[in-house]
Design a protein around this ligand. Structure first.
Ligand code: NAD
Ligand code: 6OD
Length: 501
């Protein structure tokens, strides 16, 4: 709910629990006078308020970023810049518990998950790119010239400038720093627009930047929504040089239209409808454990998740039985409880979407193997966005529940008979993000992995990340690759110097 707030009421707000903007090294409520509630997905209670940025806040943040590029940050040597980013990573680790609290408040996800994935990756995303940029060579060529003296050509990488980072709510710190890490390592300044659902860790990172002495204006955060709010104002701001986006494909399309004005470069990490492919020669224990994670981790809110599971017919019944037992063994509960394995969805709005797909699947003729509705929760959690982990079977490949991204703890499991058949089915989608293949046959692993039209094919694993490798999607799952040196294509400008000798 959006409400107008009297400016005086902001004075006593904590900069992190109530989300203020972070512009030019200062926490500020801005001048829009607008706030909205930050609602706990686990309980439905209000965590705090979030200040909504409009044109003025975005303009101030972009101007601060531009000024930072022209100030001490712009003159910093590569080694000093890297040292500063190591310090950011160290400070995230030092304040690990603060980040953990902020992330679990915003998302309701199990603390055990955030402790092992979200927060460590938040730190690693700075370390890895701080290392990487120190070790990237550029090309050089000697050119023959008619006078016989020749010319030396060499490449020089320069920062792109002011980078707009638009991030989603499912892995808030991880996905935001996945962009901010390489952007800063490459010498840019950023304006981040975190998801309106998860404002806290981006805000907290402002404190980290100040503590370690990152110059003012290098890292800015403006909160708000997409359309007619901070997101739209940021992506249409004429002084933004590049836009890196993670979120839904249809939002990516809107942002690309904005980026077309002024020919701004984009990097897009978008949706998926990924296939898990389980061959009869798999190690069943590994395949079950991996598929449990690729379907139910983070309550199914992972772009790399496998909402389509194809199982070779001889093991179909056994696999389904074990996956069902795993789904029914999920413990939905409070983030801090050590036994909790699954949190809520991010919001009531998202729950409506996921539940609508549960109904669509049933109307399309699905067999409900387990779940398909709302779980009974204790009274203090009854206001949360809880859904049952769900497995369907029996749908045709054309069904909406098989074709469209649901982004919840749900999969459709179907049998297949041949390698060619399952490759065709896996590829029969407008998306092309990831796949997880389960087989103990090494030749088959290589053969099948290469034929799936995705940016990332895992064999006998899922979400096993080496941050030096290319990450991104084909088809409508994205544009460009980030990760390792590949992101430098977006985060820097490569110029050639040609010196006539
Ligand atoms: P979303 O597209 O609704 O929102 C993402 C961000 O874009 C938010 O910050 C939002 O406020 C902003 N936004 C929305 N409309 C905008 C506009 N018109 N202009 C500027 N900004 C705008 O996505 P979401 O619901 O937050 O995240 C879930 C989606 O993200 C899923 O589709 C998922 O697959 C995808 N995702 C992809 C990856 C990947 O790496 N490929 C990773 C995580 C999530
Ligand atoms: O691991 C990453 O770097 C990454 N971008 C993961 C994306 C997960 C999607 O929800």
């Amino acid at each position: 709910m959006e409400t107008a707030l009297k400016p005086a009421a902001t004075a006593s707000l904590s900069p992190t629990r109530d989300a203020l903007h972070f512009i030019n090294g200062e926490f500020t409520a801005g001048t829009s006078g607008r706030v909205f509630d930050n609602i706990s997905p686990a309980t439905g209670e209000r965590i705090g308020v979030v200040h909504e940025g409009k044109e003025a806040e975005i303009d101030a943040a972009v101007r601060a970023a531009r000024a930072a590029l022209e100030g001490p940050w712009g003159y910093l040597g590569l080694a000093e810049r890297s040292e500063m980013l190591y310090a950011v990573a160290d400070e995230i680790n030092r304040r690990f518990d603060d980040f953990l609290e902020a992330e679990t408040l915003d998302t309701g996800k199990p603390a055990s998950l955030a402790r092992h994935v979200d927060i460590p990756r938040g730190a690693a995303n700075f370390k890895v790119f701080a290392d990487l940029v120190k070790n990237v060579p550029t090309e050089s060529f000697m050119l023959d010239t008619p006078d016989g003296k020749g010319a030396l050509n060499y490449g020089v990488r320069k920062p792109k400038g002011v980078i707009a980072v638009i991030s989603p709510w499912n892995l808030p710190l991880l996905l935001m720093t996945w962009k901010v890490g390489p952007a800063l390592a490459s010498g840019n300044a950023v304006v981040v627009k975190p998801s309106e659902e998860t404002p806290l860790t981006a805000t907290l990172l402002g404190e980290v930047m100040n503590t370690v002495g990152v110059p003012k204006g290098v890292y800015n955060v403006v909160h708000g929504f997409g359309p007619d709010s901070a997101g739209a104002y940021l992506t249409t701001h004429p002084d933004v040089d590049g836009i890196t986006f993670t979120g839904e494909t249809r939002t990516g399309e809107i942002i690309m239209k904005s980026a077309a004005v002024g020919l701004r470069h984009v990097s897009m990490e978008c949706g998926g409808k990924n296939a898990a492919i389980v061959f009869a020669d798999c190690d069943m224990d590994k395949a079950i454990e991996g598929t449990m994670r690729s379907v139910f981790a983070n309550c199914g809110q992972v772009c790399l998740g496998t909402e389509r599971v194809y199982v070779e017919r001889p093991i179909f019944e056994e696999f389904l039985k074990r996956l069902k037992a795993g789904a029914e063994g999920q413990i939905l509960g409070r983030s801090a409880d050590a036994c909790t394995t699954m949190g809520p969805l991010i919001s009531q709005e998202h729950r409506e979407k996921v539940l609508s797909y549960y109904e669509i699947a049933k109307a399309e003729g699905a067999t409900v193997v387990t779940g398909g509705g709302i779980p009974d929760m204790p009274a203090d959690l009854a206001g949360g966005a809880w859904v049952q982990p769900t497995i369907f079977t029996g749908l045709p490949e054309t069904a909406r529940a098989v074709k469209e991204e649901i982004f919840g703890p749900v999969c459709h499991v179907s049998p297949f008979d041949t390698e060619a058949e399952v490759i065709a089915k896996a590829n029969d989608t407008k998306y092309g993000l990831a796949t997880a293949i389960w087989t103990e046959d090494l030749s088959r692993a290589h053969r099948v992995a290469r034929q799936i039209d995705v940016g990332l094919a895992w064999v006998n694993s899922w979400f096993l990340r080496d941050l030096r490798t290319a990450f991104g999607g084909s088809k409508q799952s994205g544009i460009g690759r980030e990760g390792g040196v590949h992101g430098l294509e977006f985060y820097s400008e490569l110029s050639n110097v040609c010196i006539k000798l």
